[in-house]
Design a protein around this ligand. Structure first.
Ligand code: 2HA
Ligand code: ZN
Length: 269
């Protein structure tokens, strides 16, 4: 089958990371029905031949003007597509899009005319913001991790850095591998510009942001690393809940133990 991935091992590797991650999200129970989204900036793996490829869709508006995305290319999960299907058939359940020179519209170029996710404006706004800051991050991930979402139903854990401290203190790895902690965005309608803007504001200080009573949004260099950050946070939430289920409040690592971790691992906070 003719695919944009043929004879492009680096591009294929990035799309395979998306497929592998989509499989993990499904297995973990974080991706019911069409839940969650993944968008990766693949511009650095795009060659002249890809730049010449014709559009296979009409021109669609993004819904925002994003100047840093001029001429960029993204692989995105398709609208209403399932993560479990993206895992097995990434090019049938996602597509490659080209941002047009007006920075406000896009076309699909490969492999199939699969319309991208309804969350595209928020994902692309985040990528625009990352590029504007010279960030090396090329992946954005939205998913519904069960235990973290459950915690977001208690206002106590929505206060600044309360959940971060609790989760970091459950197991040393969490602070080491999610060193900027968990940002919080109060409940806002999914897919809205307000949610995108609030997410961008919070990503200035965190790589993973909780959307109250909905899910998390994570960014990193690639989608595997973004997934890992969410995975370690949710693991800590599970340890917390397991302790509560055994009938006690977990002690958590002490402030001294946490400080020692920060020094030895040279962590920012
Ligand atoms: O697109 O999870 O929040 C699927 C979602 C939207
Ligand atoms: Zn969602």
């Amino acid at each position: 089958m003719n695919s944009i991935l043929n004879n492009r091992p680096e591009l294929a590797r990035e799309v395979n990371k998306v497929a592998e991650t989509a499989g993990y999200l499904w297995e973990k129970g974080w991706a019911e029905r069409n839940g969650g989204n993944i968008t990766i900036n693949i511009t650095e793996w795009v060659d002249d031949e890809i730049r010449q490829m014709p559009a296979i869709s009409e021109v669609y508006p993004i819904g925002a003007t994003l100047p840093y995305l001029k001429g960029c290319y993204f692989f995105c999960k398709g609208n209403n597509r399932r993560m479990r299907d993206l895992a097995r058939w990434p090019m049938e359940n996602g597509s490659v899009i080209r941002i047009l020179d007006d920075c406000a519209s896009y076309v699909i170029i490969a492999d199939n005319p699969v319309k991208p996710t309804s969350e595209l404006p928020s994902h692309l706004s985040v990528h625009n913001d990352l590029l504007s800051k010279g960030s090396p991050y090329r992946a954005s991930l939205h998913t519904h991790p069960i235990e973290l979402v459950a915690m977001s139903h208690n206002p106590k854990y929505l206060e600044k850095d309360v959940a971060t401290r609790l989760l970091w203190s459950m197991i040393p790895e969490t602070k080491a591998f999610c060193p900027r902690g968990l940002g919080i965005v109060p409940y806002i309608l999914p897919g809205s510009v307000e949610l995108a803007n609030a997410t961008i504001a919070e990503l200035a200080d965190y790589d993973v942001v909780m959307w109250e009573k909905h899910g998390v949004f994570a960014v990193d260099v690639d989608v595997m690393l973004a997934f890992d950050q969410v995975d370690v946070l949710n693991k800590s939430a599970q340890i917390y809940i397991a302790s509560k289920n055994m009938g006690f409040e977990p002690e958590g690592m002490s402030d001294e133990q946490m400080k020692e971790m920060s020094v030895v691992f040279k962590l920012p906070k």
